[in-house]
Design a protein around this ligand. Structure first.
Ligand SMILES: Nc1ncnc2c1ncn2[C@@H]1O[C@H](COP(=O)(O)OP(=O)(O)OP(=O)(O)O)[C@@H](O)[C@H]1O
Length: 510
């Protein structure tokens, strides 16, 4: 994190804090008082039930240069408020402060921290799913702030409009360790990021690798670097799952046309986790979009866990379009790269806390023994840092003991959907058959939605796959369940505690 200087608001309210997240910013008392009055008026106009459903967790981030910026915890809340209440909020702000030109609602992405713990890996995936960036730094969802710190080279951008979110500023070319296993992919990524849109050479550029080998890091570095080279270019980074969700909600809210127009108007489209793109109509939209971009010589970059020819769930025409460019594989890092990654993480951690240190021989030992992906190394490093804080004289034997499960399995523990279903069913005293059935009684709907939610946050499974595992439901049903539980748990402490308890039971089981 970096400290931001005190600033003077246009309305004359002093405002100080950091530019990392709304939690880091403290709006002045006067601004807060105005916001409080707006909240009270919203409650009076809409009734306390509607108010608490949509605005209960809204906070003031900033009042600056004619812009009132508020934050909410989920992308869903943001899109709902924007779609239904932006006019009324704008009107109320204007009554409070005539100089307000614009009202923005952003997602509190930077405040989602999880403990540095290996089991957190699947959670990162969920956060990643909800990311989109436009050149103007616009948000649709949460960002991957849970990741361990790498060097920040840019400040997060909080400007918002209809699409997109700030990229994770730690994912840059500078923080990406290059070596024999990713050199070609790295060079292609740089070439794409540095070339003007008129000089498109590898199109589409398709990067593939198994989990945790740096695809997302490289994709986000492409986006960040392209924007650095050409700040006016329109860059969109999003995951396939998020693309699906955007279309599903746009269709539901009758604004698919607007979304299509926004997507048509971009210079660089970057799609992550392509293997999760499901559904005929969504694939049709996607195919249409990339055809249009490729035909107008706009760059498309795609990443997946396998080459295009093996993406069986994709329609043949989407596959063939992806096959028409350059496909490059990234493999696991060698010892030198692993050591460089660990050293880089340590340097970044020291940047935040100069008292931290880990002996070279320990880093070398970990680089020799944790031979899998960047994500495993990240997990091992976080464990090391955590242990060092209360075992400063830590020995190599002790490290082997702590990291043994990574060495043994080569992968963090995986939670299974069956275990989630079993544990949730037992907790709520329903049978697994009922959980998977079509019964819609409240006593069954809630456990079913909780189980779907936990499946999404505790496993790397896609929404369509979770839908299949819950009695052949559609992915939009799963998405609805995830959003519902996410929103309810923010307002309902008992539910939040239940979820925490279930998480523990499930993790103990894994
Ligand atoms: N070559 C590398 N240099 C620096 N960091 C790396 C490298 N490869 C992986 N990492 C780090 O490992 C972690 C996992 O990488 P990332 O999320 O980019 O993997 P991924 O290939 O997208 O995985 P998944 O398929 O699960 O989405 C990140 O913290 C990333 O910064």
């Amino acid at each position: 994190m970096h400290s931001g200087a005190n600033r003077e608001l246009s309305g004359g309210f002093p405002f100080s804090g950091e530019i990392v997240g709304e939690s880091a910013m403290t709006a002045s008392n006067e601004a807060e008082q105005r916001f409080e009055r707006i909240r009270a008026q919203l409650k009076a106009r809409l009734g306390s039930e509607v108010y608490s459903s949509w605005f209960g967790r809204m906070k003031l981030v900033e009042l600056s240069k004619g812009v009132a910026r508020m934050s909410v915890p989920t992308a869903f809340l943001r899109s709902w408020i924007n779609g239904h209440y932006l006019d009324v909020i704008t009107e109320l702000w204007k009554q409070e402060e005539a100089g307000i030109l614009k009202v923005e609602v952003v997602v509190r992405s930077a405040t989602r921290h999880t403990a540095p713990d290996l089991e957190a890996a699947p959670l990162r995936k969920v956060a990643k799913q909800a990311q989109t960036t436009l050149s103007s730094g616009t948000t649709l969802g949460a960002s991957k702030q849970e990741r361990a710190p790498l060097t920040r080279t840019t400040e997060p951008d909080f400007r918002q409009n209809v699409l997109g979110s700030p990229l994770d500023p730690r994912y840059t070319f500078a923080s990406f360790v290059e070596g024999p296993s990713n050199r070609v992919a790295f060079a292609a990524a740089r070439a794409v990021a540095e070339s003007a849109s008129s000089a498109v050479r590898f199109n589409p550029l398709f990067l593939h690798a198994t989990v945790g080998l740096g695809k997302t890091h490289l994709l986000q570095a492409i986006a960040a670097e392209s924007l650095r080279h050409n700040p006016k270019s329109r860059v969109v980074y999003l995951t396939a799952e998020y693309f699906m969700w955007r279309f599903a909600t746009a269709i539901r809210d009758n604004n698919a046309l607007t979304l299509k127009e926004q997507l048509r108007d971009i210079d660089l489209l970057i799609i992550d986790d392509m293997q999760f793109l499901q559904g005929k109509s969504i694939q049709h939209e996607f195919c249409h979009l990339i055809n249009m971009l490729l035909d107008s010589a706009k760059q498309v970059v795609v990443a997946a866990d396998r080459p295009p020819s093996e993406l069986e769930s994709l329609e043949p025409r989407v596959r063939s379009r992806l096959n028409g460019g350059v496909a490059l594989e990234m493999a696991a890092p060698d010892y030198t790269m692993r050591l460089a990654m660990l050293k880089q993480r340590l340097a970044s951690a020291k940047h935040d806390d100069a008292s931290l240190d880990i002996a070279d021989e320990i880093l070398e030992h970990v680089a020799r023994t944790v031979t899998g992906s960047g994500r495993e190394l990240e997990g091992a490093f976080n464990q090391l840092l955590f242990r060092q804080s209360f075992e400063p004289q830590i020995t190599i034997d002790r490290i082997d003991e702590i990291l043994g499960h990574i060495y043994r399995t080569g992968e963090p523990k995986r939670v299974r959907i069956e275990d989630i279903q079993r544990i949730v069913a037992r907790h709520y005293n329903v049978s697994k058959t009922e959980l998977l059935s079509n019964r819609r009684t409240r006593t069954i709907v809630k456990p079913r939605q909780v189980a779907m939610y936990l499946s999404k946050v505790l496993t790397p499974r896609s929404l369509p796959e979770i839908g299949r595992r819950f009695g052949g439901r559609d992915h939009t049903t799963v998405l609805h369940a995830v959003r519902k539980i996410e929103d309810l748990s923010g307002a309902d402490n008992t539910l939040a505690q239940e979820l925490e308890l279930l998480r523990r039971l499930i993790n103990d089981q894994a």
